[in-house]
Design a protein around this ligand. Structure first.
Ligand code: TRP
Length: 344
């Protein structure tokens, strides 16, 4: 198999960059909407994928927990199918160049721009007490993550669109101030798998922070827990398993159908035919089983990897080395362009 470094050397494929915070254990919506796509993208792109631990400390973290979550998230990405050989998979803090570039880029980011970021505004308006500088500068660090690898594409959900837009503006601003240095990244809009809604309030998006434990299904939930959550999924008083986009009150059953189709690869029409004449209860159990079947191989591979610390650590180390090698040129260029004195 051709390794990513050879591919990159030949520079034939577009480069995709994605980041995930170690504090976000992925739920079904994250899996279908994001991480599963990263796995599939490895076939067509050079993928750079990292665990954003620098971003995680913008919110106070318990050190031992953050350390554990970092290895867990890394192992989970591997278990899901991000291949540390075919892709560059690493931990952000292991490549110190992100923080170095972030400083330079912070001098190319306007105070007003950061003040307008909705994520920042949301946090400050909610009366968050720990409004630290890192939280304010968060999008500039994210720009550094992206620009240091000259990423062509960044898969983005709605919540990260504004941050990508800022990255693009910073790139253009720097390129105009000096000479072309950064690739201006494009958003990669993933072709729609159904938006995954909460199981208990199906007009709301599935969220990791939902207070109702039955609302979200996590990738590492045990089989019986997954099935139980689906059995409790809120639907309506109907009986037929059909998809009705615009009908009032059908959000629950529509959501379950979307999930079933996404995990089995079946179409809406085939699903309707498969469950014709069967009730909601039966269908809910089948969706639960299909989701549990999807997560089962990920969970067993995750368990295996968590038992092989030496292997995961070795992958992290080589991922970090590749990330450093891949970003060295860009940072050196930036340092030269802004006028830092080089000593060879
Ligand atoms: N802010 C992103 C999130 O919370 C994580 C992230 C950090 C990221 N750096 C990135 C995503 C660079 C894409 C590109 O989801």
């Amino acid at each position: 198999m051709v390794s990513i470094m050879e591919n990159i050397a030949e520079n034939k494929r577009k480069r995709v960059l994605s980041g995930i915070q170690p504090t976000n254990t992925p739920h079904l919506g994250n899996y279908l909407g994001a991480t599963k796509n990263w796995v599939d993208m490895q076939n067509d792109y050079d993928c750079v994928c990292f665990i954003a631990d620098l971003h995680a400390i913008t919110v106070r973290q318990e050190p031992a927990k953050l350390r554990a979550q970092t290895r867990e998230t890394y192992a989970l990405l591997m278990a899901m199918g991000i291949d540390p050989d075919r892709s560059v998979l690493f931990v952000q803090s292991h490549n110190h160049k992100h923080a170095e570039l972030a400083w330079v880029l912070s001098c190319f980011t306007q105070f007003g721009e950061l003040s307008r970021m909705t994520q920042f505004k949301d946090k400050s308006s909610k009366g968050e007490e720990n409004m630290n500088l890192g939280l304010f500068a968060y999008p500039t660090l994210q720009a550094a993550d992206i620009l240091i690898y000259n990423a062509d594409l960044v898969p983005v959900g709605a919540d990260q669109k504004q941050h990508l837009e800022l990255s693009r503006n910073i790139a253009v601003r720097f390129n105009n101030a000096y000479s072309p240095t950064f690739t201006v990244p494009e958003p990669h809009i993933v072709k729609a798998t159904a938006k995954i809604m909460s199981l208990s309030e199906p007009t709301k998006k599935m969220s990791k922070s939902d207070e109702n434990p039955n609302a979200s299904v996590f990738v590492l939930d045990e089989r019986d827990v997954i099935i139980k959550k689906f059995k409790r999924a809120v639907t309506d008083s109907g009986t037929e398993i059909v998809y009705r986009e615009d009908d009032e009150g059908k959000a629950g059953i529509n959501n379950l159908m979307g999930i079933y189709c996404a995990v089995t690869g079946s179409s809406i029409a085939d699903t309707e035919a498969e469950f014709a004449g069967r009730g909601y209860g039966d269908f809910k159990a089948s969706v639960g089983e299909a989701v549990a079947d999807t997560f089962a191989p990920i969970q067993s591979e995750f368990k295996r990897l968590m038992g092989d610390k030496a292997h995961v650590d070795a992958c992290m180390k080589s991922g970090a080395e590749r990330a450093i090698a891949l970003s060295a040129k860009t940072l050196a260029k930036v340092y030269r362009k802004v006028g830092f004195y080089g000593i060879g």
